[in-house]
Ligand binder design. Structure first.
Ligand code: MN
Ligand code: MN
Length: 460
């Protein structure tokens, strides 16, 4: 009898290589489309509709097998398949986030300096600022004009689109800059985006002074019908302008922006859409916004809008006597978020024995937090055991990593928010290398295991 635990190669758990390859193709398409939470929510809504889900607001009542979704302010979405059990017997929930670190435009972003047209940004989420300079950037978002009409912005990745970029000093003149620590040498106020260099050519009058800024405003007005003030009623983000793609001679890895946490978002979407037959428990997924800035705001996990969705389920199901707290108390959840992988070049920050290794399956993270488990969402042993049994029964490759060495840093997910509602929850997602960088790396076999794990959990 072999008593010791050893990590296993996730590839050994995969029955159909073809099925995995097709999944990765679909996942890469999703990453390339869903570069903002708006687009991820839109993609999810379309995919849910294609799979028979309907807007919960169009339902008069709900019965076993019904499939519904709820879109919250275009930026987060919840979906459910009603199971045979009553809601008060608990839900099986998989929750991921669809926002990723990026650069947002400031409310009044446009200016001109030394013949360059520039846009001021404020970074969103935890980034290493230097990674975002000197790369091609694309612009996505929404802007409202003075009549309140919504205009969608999408520039930087079409075949004939220009892209944008942020300048950085040449090494020849960077002697002083290079002495600074990595967190200081890019001043956040210098994360300005280069967007043009031609002056307008209006016939000059006393009122109109030709400038690069004016030319850009004219181009924007021509294309979108907007004025400078309209930037104040916009949400526009700069994201890497390159496509997700395979990495490695063996094509075994996926490189791309936003895999934290769209890898889990996509995995849970497919897992829910592919549920077959009638489940015992009501299966729920949620794709939420604002995780990267601390889960604050009405589209984040902290908002009560998820409660509103569950309240609607209770009411439409005709379980008026059920309290939402009872539903939560009996529910179980996977907080579907990525974990870190032991980086072969920086393994000194990891406790290898308790780290996640590339290609060894989905990471089950008992607790998050930092130092003395501060702010940790720490799953109880009974619940860890339940989840492990689900994975073992369903031939899911999983590993049991923590984020890194105890005082090297830390982090958290949406898990604690559901834990506070009384849900049993554990973090569970693929490991990522270069997390929060413009080009995050995952393993295809880990990604495939992730959707298989969520599928098994939702129907457990
Ligand atoms: Mn995340
Ligand atoms: Mn993150």
């Amino acid at each position: 009898m072999d008593l010791k635990y050893e990590k296993k190669d996730a590839i050994e758990f995969i029955k159909s290589k073809k099925d995995m390859d097709e999944y990765i193709e679909r996942y890469i398409d999703f990453l390339n489309y869903a570069k903002t939470e708006y687009r991820a929510a839109k993609f999810a809504e379309n995919m849910l509709k294609e799979n028979g889900f309907v807007d919960i607001n169009s339902k008069k009542k709900l019965k076993t097998g019904d499939k519904v979704y709820f879109v919250n302010n275009e930026k987060s979405i919840y979906a459910a398949i009603i199971g045979k059990d009553e809601l008060k017997d608990g839900l099986n929930i998989v929750g991921a986030h669809i926002d990723s670190p990026r650069l947002d435009l400031k409310p009044m972003p446009l200016y001109e300096k030394h013949h360059a047209g520039l846009l001021k940004t404020q970074y969103y989420g935890g980034i290493k600022k230097y990674q975002w300079t000197t790369i091609p950037l694309a612009m996505y978002g929404v802007i409202y004009n003075e009549d309140g009409k919504k205009i969608e912005i999408e520039v930087g990745e079409g075949e004939n689109d220009p892209c944008f970029t942020i300048t950085d000093l040449l090494p020849h003149l960077a002697r002083e800059q290079m002495k600074l620590g990595a967190n200081e040498f890019i001043d956040p106020e210098k994360l300005v985006v280069l967007v043009g260099s031609l002056k307008s050519d209006d016939k000059e009058t006393e009122k109109v002074k030709n400038s690069v800024k004016r030319n850009i405003l004219k181009l924007l007005n021509k294309k979108y019908g907007i004025k400078e003030i309209d930037f104040a009623r916009s949400e526009i983000s700069l994201v890497p302008a390159f496509r997700a793609r395979y990495v490695g001679f063996d094509y075994s890895l996926v490189g791309g922006y936003g895999q934290d946490d769209r890898s889990c978002a996509y995995a849970s979407l497919e897992a829910l859409c592919k549920q077959k037959g009638l489940n015992q428990k009501t299966a729920v997924i949620m794709l939420v916004d604002k995780e990267e800035i601390g889960s604050v705001g009405n589209t984040s996990m902290s908002s009560n809008i998820f409660d509103l969705f569950i309240t609607k389920l209770i009411k439409l199901k005709g379980e008026e006597d059920t309290s939402i707290l009872e539903v939560y108390y009996n529910s179980k959840m996977l907080s579907a978020d990525v974990s870190t992988l032991v980086d072969p070049s920086y393994d000194e920050v990891s406790d290898i024995q308790n780290g996640n290794i590339l290609g060894c399956g989905i990471a089950l993270e008992k607790y998050t937090g930092s130092g003395g488990k501060y702010s940790a969402s720490d799953a109880n042993a009974k619940y860890v055991s339940e989840v492990m049994q689900i994975f073992e029964k369903n031939n899911i490759a999983f590993q049991l990593g923590t984020l890194g060495k105890i005082e090297k840093g830390g982090g958290g997910t949406i898990a604690y928010i559901l834990a506070e509602k009384g849900v049993n929850v554990i973090d569970c997602g693929p490991g990522v290398l270069c997390m929060h960088s413009p080009f995050e790396i995952t393993s295809s076999s880990d990604l495939y295991m992730t959707t298989k794990a969520y599928d098994a959990f939702l129907r457990a």
